[in-house]
Design a protein around this ligand. Structure first.
Ligand SMILES: *Cc1c(COP(=O)(O)O)cnc(C)c1O
Length: 306
């Protein structure tokens, strides 16, 4: 992103890790998580996927695309109606053939997902329930994989890696990857909704559980390295603004700058806010000449069109 760096007046190196283009159902970070959630041995005998989210959920979109590709049914438990089902992810959920069940509130989603799975079971099928956001220990392994790629791509540098963060699975995988490789880039998790403390706590918890999945026995050595990496992670909620999905002047500016100065299209819910954080760090000198800042682009483009 040399033109963006020049525009911002920084001699730092800026890069984008293009996880917006992960290749299934318009891509994004949920594809990497589903690669592990939907590993072939877990799909034996499965006829349907059941998951949930908001009416414009990226996770629901990618899960519906995966189901379609695998020849499985898909039920999405969605809290609330979209303002317009012909737009954004709400349109894509339908276009990808998902059956949509609407519940009144976020807190109703989990039991409704179980109920839908039971209903499928009673009808002779077998459902795999994919937890919301695929932010499980298993799903986080997708971002261990991404971190290994980043390590190769960054060369000898010790970059700062900026990622949007919400349910913490992405950040958890990055943390575990660093612990495994013994690599210590700066990790910056920029919240899209929750408090900074909550993001750090959930990401750390998921990274520890994922470490235990990888290790025989109690995995104590890896877990202690995970905790050491997690300790150094910076999470921030300074860019959430009025709340989840609501644009801020900083996110609007970041979307405009990445577009016009780098040809990189961001989204208003997640990546616009994470990019605003990276720009703020460049402007206040926390990223400076000789540094390498990597923006992990987690996707979310359909939110531009809702
Ligand atoms: C889900 C999502 C995130 C947040 O990822 P978590 O693993 O839940 O922290 C970030 N960006 C986009 C575009 C997403 O869809």
């Amino acid at each position: 992103m040399p033109a963006l760096a020049a525009h911002l007046g920084t001699a730092a190196r800026l890069s984008v890790k293009a996880d917006a283009w992960t290749g299934l159902g318009l891509g994004g970070n949920k594809v990497r998580k589903l690669e592990y959630e939907l590993a072939p041995p877990r799909l034996q005998g499965i006829t349907d996927l059941v998951t949930g989210g908001g009416p414009h959920s990226n996770h629901c979109r990618v899960t519906a695309a995966a189901a379609a590709r695998l020849g499985l049914g898909c039920t999405l438990v969605v809290n609330g109606e979209p303002d317009d089902e012909r737009r954004g992810n709400a349109r894509l959920h339908r276009l990808l053939g998902a059956r949509i069940v609407t519940v009144a509130d976020r807190v109703d989603r989990d039991w409704a997902m179980t109920e839908e799975a039971d209903r499928i079971g009673a009808g002779g099928g077998r459902a795999l329930v994919v937890p919301i956001g695929a932010s499980t220990a298993r799903g986080a392994l997708g971002y261990v994989h991404a971190l290994v790629e980043l390590h190769t791509e960054a060369g000898k540098a010790r970059p700062s890696i900026f990622t949007s963060s919400s349910s913490g699975g992405t950040l958890a995988g990055l943390i575990l990857g660093c612990a495994i490789l013994g690599w210590r880039p700066g990790l910056v998790g920029v919240s899209a909704d929750e408090t900074a403390a909550h993001v750090k706590e959930t990401a750390t918890g998921l990274a520890v559980s994922a470490a235990r999945l990888l290790q025989d026995g109690d995995g104590r050595a890896l877990v202690s390295r995970v905790l050491e990496v997690a300790e150094a992670v910076i999470t921030t909620d300074d860019f959430v603004g009025p709340g989840y999905g609501n644009a801020t002047p900083e996110s609007d500016e970041a979307i405009a700058l990445f577009g016009a100065r780098a040809g990189v299209i961001l989204d208003p819910v997640y990546t616009g806010k994470a990019a605003a954080a990276m720009i703020a760090w460049i402007r206040d000198g926390r990223i400076r000449e000789g540094d390498h800042a990597i923006f992990l682009h987690t996707g979310g483009h359909p939110a531009l069109f809702r």
